[in-house]
Structure formats: C-alpha cells, structure tokens
Design a protein around this ligand. Structure first.
Ligand code: ZN
Length: 187
C-alpha cells in the first residue's frame, strides 16, 4: 500500500520520534509499505515520521542511482551516529518538501550503530551517498528537516516555496497526507 506523505509544517515532522522495542508483524507491514511508498514517489530514503509514525525507523535504497546500483535496500531502526569524519556540501531534496532543493553541509562519513529489520544490533561505516541519506533520514527522527541545516542566506531564497507548502499550495506526483485528510473530511 502506498502511504500519503506528511509535508513541511506538519507537526509530526517536528517531533522527536520514539525508539522501537522490537519488530512485530505491524512493524514488518509498515516497513513493506514504507518501501512501496518510497519506490513509488520515487525517493531513495524515507523516515517513519514522513508517513505519520513518530517512531525511529528508516528505509533506504540508493540502488537507483547509477554509481550505487550494487547497494542493497536497508532498514535502519533506533540509529545512533557514534562517529563522524570529514565534511562536505551536497544538494538535498525531501519527499516532505516537494519541489525544494538546497545545499547542506554535513559530515562526509559516519559510523552508525543501529538495529536491522530483524532487530539485530549492527555497527557499520558509511560514506558518500549512504552517509548523506542516512544523516538526512536520521534528522527526520529528531524532528529536523534539511532546510533547518541550510545557510540562512540560501534558506531565504526558498522561503516562498516553503510557505507555499505550509499553506497547502503544492502538488506532488505522489499522495500527500494533507490531501488525503481533505478527501476524508469532504466525504
Ligand atoms: Zn527527507
């Protein structure tokens, strides 16, 4: 099932998400739906708060990007960045901010402690695109969006687009939660 995506200014995106205590059938179903939703959009990462669940769960698949075709889809639960190395700027976008993109400076490599889809503990190093996507998605679990990390000057340039999203004046090729809520309300 494709889930509607919550957009900029939706309160769920500003919350600190709760850790998971395990993976049960409901979480497994949510993980499958998050992958479906991410592929449909299409996107390369999706955090549970973006589909209205304030829990520390992320899915990532960067294999659609040329250089990264060998990368396997990944489920990341209760992640904790335990070390960072380097810094670089990269342009980011977000399914919760349709049509908005901007440069963000972040560490270029990370060591991540997390639980996988079987809730088994893992520690692994990530660099390049994976480090970038993971940090972006983990920010979602802490109520942060990439625009919060942009230079003030750059952010001012996109403020109009942000206001438009906040006011519901935005369209995307994938379902948005606000529209879904509207449809329910109209019925
Ligand atoms: Zn995002």
């Amino acid at each position: 099932m494709i889930l509607p995506i919550n957009t900029y200014s939706d309160p769920v995106l500003g919350l600190k998400a709760k850790p998971l205590k395990g993976v049960d059938a409901a979480i497994e179903a949510l993980i499958a739906e998050m992958f479906d939703t991410m592929y449909k959009a299409p996107g390369i990462g999706l955090a549970a708060p973006q589909v209205g669940h304030s829990i520390r769960l992320v899915v990532v698949d960067i294999s659609s990007i040329e250089k990264y075709a060998d990368f396997k889809p990944m489920v990341v639960i209760n992640p904790r960045i335990v070390a960072v190395r380097g810094r670089n700027a990269m342009e980011e976008g977000c399914l919760s901010l349709p049509g908005v993109a901007g440069d963000v400076v972040r560490p270029s490599a990370i060591t991540l402690h997390y639980r996988d889809e079987k809730f088994e503990e893992q520690t692994a190093d990530f660099d390049a695109m994976m480090a970038r996507v993971l940090q972006h998605e983990i920010d979602h679990l802490d109520g942060k969006l990439f625009v919060d990390r942009m230079e003030k000057r750059d952010r001012r340039k996109i403020q109009k687009e942000l206001d438009a999203i906040a006011e519901g004046r935005v369209k995307a090729d994938y379902p948005l939660a606000r529209d879904a809520a509207k449809i329910v309300a109209e019925v």
